[in-house]
Design a protein around this ligand. Structure first.
Ligand SMILES: O=C(CO)[C@@H](O)[C@H](O)COP(=O)(O)O
Length: 242
């Protein structure tokens, strides 16, 4: 167990640090977690701690109910949202939350990030949904937990698959992305932010720009992620590829 936790602490630390490299955060406005489903433990960034003060050792280990198992620091305030997503979607293994500017723009506007082209379709098999706003009661009751509930509700109501659309923007708040592990969730956070930016430009040039055709989405998404995926190399030789 100790060795496994050492590895996961290191991965979660590196993923958190990479948020800065990818220019996805300012100050401490973001967090990354990863779950080990065999151990039933989640490792997450400590709340409000500056990125230059992070170490693998000060990542916080909690159980699936949020009880701190290892660590002296409080876990991220967004932990209850991460927990709701891990509970609802057993296939996911890592989660990223940021307040990245372009994604927050769509969240604050209350719009889905529409599928407009191939950059989007390479990683998201459909428009990236924007949730409804939380009610006053939900915010008062259990704000971060209800944030997770509203994300799951959005995917359920629209019959969306979180494994093929690995991200969301929460109305008036910002983006959450996920993946099989923290590294893949980071990859999706970077793509989501870039697509949000590209789409803003597109809409500025032509505010009537329409969704791109389904057959282009099928070609791009399925050749990378479909049952008969063939894109790239047989061996994974590209460090940043998924
Ligand atoms: O939106 C918020 C706080 O309002 C959070 O997402 C913070 O930006 C990050 O919180 P910690 O992970 O440091 O608790």
């Amino acid at each position: 167990m100790t060795n496994q936790l050492t590895e996961i602490r290191k991965r979660v630390y590196e993923a958190n640090i990479s948020l800065q490299e990818h220019n996805l955060i300012k100050f401490t406005w973001g967090n990354v977690s990863e779950i080990d489903r065999q151990l039933g433990l989640i490792v997450i960034k400590p709340s409000g701690v500056a990125y230059d003060k992070l170490t693998p050792e000060n990542m916080v280990v909690v159980d699936i109910n949020g009880n701190v198992i290892e660590g002296d620091l409080n876990p991220s305030s967004d932990l209850p949202t991460h927990i709701e997503l891990y509970k609802a979607w057993p296939e996911i293994g890592g989660i990223v939350h940021t307040h990245s500017t372009e994604a927050v723009g769509w969240a604050q506007a209350g719009y889905d990030i529409p599928y407009l082209g191939t950059t989007h379709a390479d990683y998201f098999y459909g428009s990236i949904p924007c949730t409804r706003a939380l009610t006053e009661e939900e915010v008062e009751h259990s704000y971060e937990k209800e944030t997770g509930t509203v994300i799951v509700e959005t995917f359920d109501e629209r019959n969306l698959n979180p494994m093929t659309i690995p991200g969301v923007v929460v109305r008036n708040h910002g983006p959450f992305t996920w993946g099989k592990n923290a590294k893949q969730a980071i990859y999706h956070a970077v793509v989501l932010e870039e697509v949000a930016k590209m789409n803003r430009f597109t809409k500025q040039i032509n505010h009537n720009a329409k969704l791109a055709p389904q057959y282009i989405m099928d070609k791009h998404y399925l050749r990378k992620h479909g049952a008969n995926a063939y894109y790239g190399q047989k061996e994974k030789i590209c460090k940043n590829d998924k």
